[in-house]
Design a protein around this ligand. Structure first.
Ligand code: NCD
Ligand code: ZN
Length: 346
């Protein structure tokens, strides 16, 4: 049996929600990951340092007994965000990033930013203190086709912003295009991109051919195959500007399997096993640790995790639960659609 031991991974983009859903999904992440960048798009969103401190306490209280897991908190940028509050939350060590949701771009983003010029003073402060901005990189202009929204965001929002504020550290969250992968590699030490597990696995055909498959619907939406291949190449390249952010985004089945279904793939349960299979299939198992454990920590200036994660390659394909049952309702686990021989030990 082949085994692979890597440093314990970090998930640099994770949705944990709150209440019964938090209670249900947190053990799935804490089982394998040491830390995660926690997305702030609750209802209402995590806007102030005080909101983030209270949410961190709720996450820690929901951890199973004996679990060791550190939530890395973020703030949801609004046009009313106070630069001093952001700076204080960063100085105390509580907050590791600020999240830009263009208003209306995705789940719970209606309170996001409409006009970037109205938050420029906050971004300038963040550039001064070295606090990263995580971008949901899609324009929301109705005229722009949903499959083009990431590429248009890079050209019309992100690149002008980075020219204006070159010192601002930016994480392009959940990139889905070759344009995203190419742009992330041009930015030097102040620019990086997270890549999800599911965008390494599915293209838009998986979602739309032979019937609509709502559990593959997420935002940014999966693109055509050439983009998936560009993401595979980026993730397995060993370049430090690319790292894992699963964007595991639980919604109960009733809201996924719906006339107007929610966006999000729930991958926390089987992400590490799927990634091992993906990296093996691409002849890049040696790059898995960088992608899932060390590149992200380095970008965020965090010490590498001391613990390890062991993966074993089995003779037979491994079964994952089809759903997890939470107090909020059942949540379907992402189905990669191919056999996964890797199993996370322990
Ligand atoms: C996320 C969610 O459900 O909160 N959905 C998703 O499809 N990824 C929001 C997001 O990250 O866009
Ligand atoms: Zn997300």
């Amino acid at each position: 049996m082949q085994t692979l031991t890597i440093r314990r991974p970090d998930d640099m983009h994770l949705h944990l929600r709150d209440g019964a859903m938090l209670q249900g999904v947190l053990p799935e992440t804490a089982r394998h990951f040491a830390r995660a960048i926690i997305m702030p798009n609750l209802v209402p969103p995590v806007v102030t340092g005080a909101d983030a401190a209270a949410y961190r306490d709720r996450i820690l209280a929901a951890l199973p007994a004996g679990a060791v897991f550190e939530p890395l908190m973020t703030l949801y940028l609004t046009e009313d965000t106070k630069a001093d509050d952001v700076a204080a939350a960063h100085a105390s060590g509580l907050v590791k990033a600020v999240k830009l949701y263009p208003a209306g771009a995705t789940t719970n983003s209606h309170g996001g930013v409409r006009d970037l010029s109205r938050v420029m003073h906050v971004l300038e402060k963040m550039a001064d203190i070295g606090l990263p901005l995580c971008t949901h990189g899609e324009v929301t202009t109705p005229e722009v086709d949903i499959f083009d929204r990431e590429a248009v965001f890079i050209d019309t929002v992100l690149d002008p912003l980075r020219r204006r504020l070159p010192e601002l550290r930016v994480v392009m969250e959940h990139i889905t295009t070759s344009q995203g992968a190419d742009y992330a590699a041009t930015g030097g030490a102040n620019l990086a991109a997270t890549i999800t597990t599911h965008h390494l696995v599915i293209n838009r055909n998986h979602m739309l051919v032979g019937g609509i498959r709502p559990h593959y619907y997420c935002l940014p939406v999966a693109k055509r195959e050439s983009h998936r291949l560009a993401l595979r190449k980026a993730a397995t390249s060993g370049k430090p500007c690319y790292f894992l952010g699963t964007d595991s985004a639980p919604h109960v089945d009733a809201l996924k399997e719906h006339a107007c279904g929610c966006a999000g793939c729930f991958t926390a349960t089987n992400t590490m096993a799927i990634l091992a299979q993906v990296f093996e299939d691409d002849g890049a198992l040696g790059q898995l640790e960088g992608f899932a454990a060390t590149h992200g920590a380095a970008f965020y200036g965090l010490p590498p995790n001391a613990g390890t994660l062991q993966l074993d390659r089995r003779e037979t394909a491994q079964a994952f639960p089809e759903k997890i049952i939470t107090g909020a309702g059942p949540v379907t686990v992402f189905d990669p659609g191919f056999p996964v021989y890797w199993h996370v030990a322990g």
